[in-house]
Design a protein around this ligand. Structure first.
Ligand code: GLU
Length: 469
């Protein structure tokens, strides 16, 4: 074996790509980059009832989105576990030949009944010394030796397992199919994997897998089990309860750099005084031994705060480019041809500081691109409920006819009208805002009107005055 460290990420394509999987993938990727090693992507597609090609493509796309793909020479794969079935069966037969495994013909009901009578759950080793050979319906089981198995885990230190707590586990099912613990190890051996960094839920499999490595005459890898991600109630993130799909965050307009940075702060922290750091710094600083043992809270509010920070740091042109998928596709509420990049660039600096995710952008700028502004009726009625609202908005209209058209001049004009009637600027803006943008919130009003232009602004105020009747 060469001295190149070989990491792997081995997802099962059974659903959307989980944020926890993304974090595990990043750990492996970063370690591979850090150590000039290899990151192997192996799709564990052996659960035929749950796999679908769309999930495999989803994983590949999501990994590419966070920067993990074959454009980098450290990436290898994807390999598909199903292609290695013959190899896994051959390894099982080798374990049988060497006496590390034996066949058993008990059905699961029989095993269950025996356990019930013995008052001890699990398989009792009934066929250990019966000398059975392979045959239909016979499963192959690993002969777990007496003693203790110590797993040296880079995150958790030495974890000891008393072998009496591990039953003689199945390697091949009665139908001859390899089970996960076997297939996973045999593929790791075949792919010369030296480091297994994976989710904590696999820790109970590890002593079994370490025994298989040794029984096959291979040197077990270095292990690391990464703590769980939990929700606000400290419950394991679940597909049913929580928003766990990486794709969903991408589609809502979290940018990849922010996602990567945020995922890496779950259970680990960069050395400096800020958690917002670039990828090169993460690659330089990350250490498995500094990963926290306890589960990490996947805090969507914090992720959004990170994302907002990333958006604000972007040059405005880059921000505008990142927004475009939301502004020029069917995600936008206006026909694509009404979008005008020049107009958007003028308002973009004010939008950039006010959104957490890019999907919030269309609603902030729709007044510039919709042919007819959509008025929020409740906001409109509220804004025009004050007695002064209509007459003062009329005065604003009249003043706007010939005021110099820039935000400073517009603001001074509105302020003066308010001062003359003892209405504060903040209040006076409310009817003007809803009249011209349809909403009660948005980017700064006078900057917005500057971009909207005199004619359209006057036209909308006219329409609002008519509506307020
Ligand atoms: N296919 C397993 C899973 O998705 C991966 C196990 C491993 O990383 O060893 O949980």
């Amino acid at each position: 074996m060469s001295g190149t460290p070989r990491y792997r990420f081995a997802p099962s394509p059974t659903g959307y790509f989980h944020v926890g999987g993304a974090r595990t993938a990043l750990y492996n990727w970063i370690l591979a980059l850090q150590n000039d090693g290899v990151f192997v992507l192996r799709i564990e597609d052996t659960d035929e009832s749950r796999n679908e090609p769309q999930w495999t493509q989803g994983i590949i796309d999501a990994l590419a989105w966070i920067g993990i793909d074959g454009t980098d020479t450290h990436f290898e794969g994807p390999y598909f576990q199903s292609a290695y079935a013959a190899n896994q069966v051959a390894a099982a037969e080798k374990l049988f030949a060497s006496g590390h495994a034996y066949y058993c013909d008990l059905t699961s009901e029989q095993i269950h009944d025996r356990a019930k009578i013995a008052g001890r759950p699990g398989y009792d080793g009934f066929s250990r010394d019966r000398g059975l050979t392979a045959g239909p319906g016979r499963s192959l089981r690993f002969r777990v030796p007496a003693g203790v198995t110590v797993v040296h885990d880079e995150v958790r230190g030495a974890v000891e397992f008393d072998n009496t707590t591990i039953e003689d586990f199945v390697l091949l099912r009665g139908n001859g199919k390899p089970v996960f613990v076997l297939a996973n190890v045999v593929d790791d051996i075949t792919m010369n994997i030296t480091h297994v960094v994976r989710a904590e839920e696999h820790l109970p499999n590890t002593p079994k897998q370490q025994m298989i490595w040794a029984a096959l005459g291979a040197t077990p890898p270095s292990w690391a089990h990464v703590p769980l991600l939990v929700n606000e109630q400290r419950k394991k993130l679940s597909k049913r309860r929580d928003k766990v799909a990486l794709e969903q965050y991408r589609d809502e307009g979290v940018v990849a750099e922010a996602m990567v940075n945020y995922l890496m702060t779950l259970g680990w922290a960069p050395t400096g005084d800020t958690e917002i750091v670039d990828f090169a710094t993460i690659v330089k600083d990350f250490k498995l031994s500094s990963v926290n043992h306890s589960s990490a809270f996947f805090d969507i509010k914090k992720l959004n705060a990170f994302n907002g920070e990333y958006l604000r740091q972007m040059p405005v042109e880059a921000f505008s480019a990142a927004c475009e998928p939301w502004l020029t596709s069917d995600k936008a509420p206006w026909p694509a041809d009404r979008f005008d990049r020049g107009v958007f660039l003028r308002i973009a600096p004010h939008v950039q500081t006010r959104v957490a995710v890019l999907s919030e952008v269309p609603a902030m700028v729709d007044f510039l691109f919709l042919a007819d502004v959509v008025i929020d009726a409740a906001a409109f009625d509220k804004a025009f409920s004050a007695e002064w609202a209509r007459p003062l908005t009329q005065s604003i209209h009249d003043r706007f006819v010939d005021v110099e058209w820039n935000h400073d001049a517009l603001k001074i004009a509105v302020e003066a009208i308010g001062a003359a009637s003892d209405v504060k600027l903040g209040k006076l803006q409310a009817p003007l805002r809803v009249a011209t943008t349809g909403r009660s919130v948005g980017p700064p009003l006078f900057e917005s009107l500057e971009v909207l232009g005199r004619n359209e602004t006057l036209r909308r105020i006219d329409a609002a005055l008519a509506r307020a009747g």
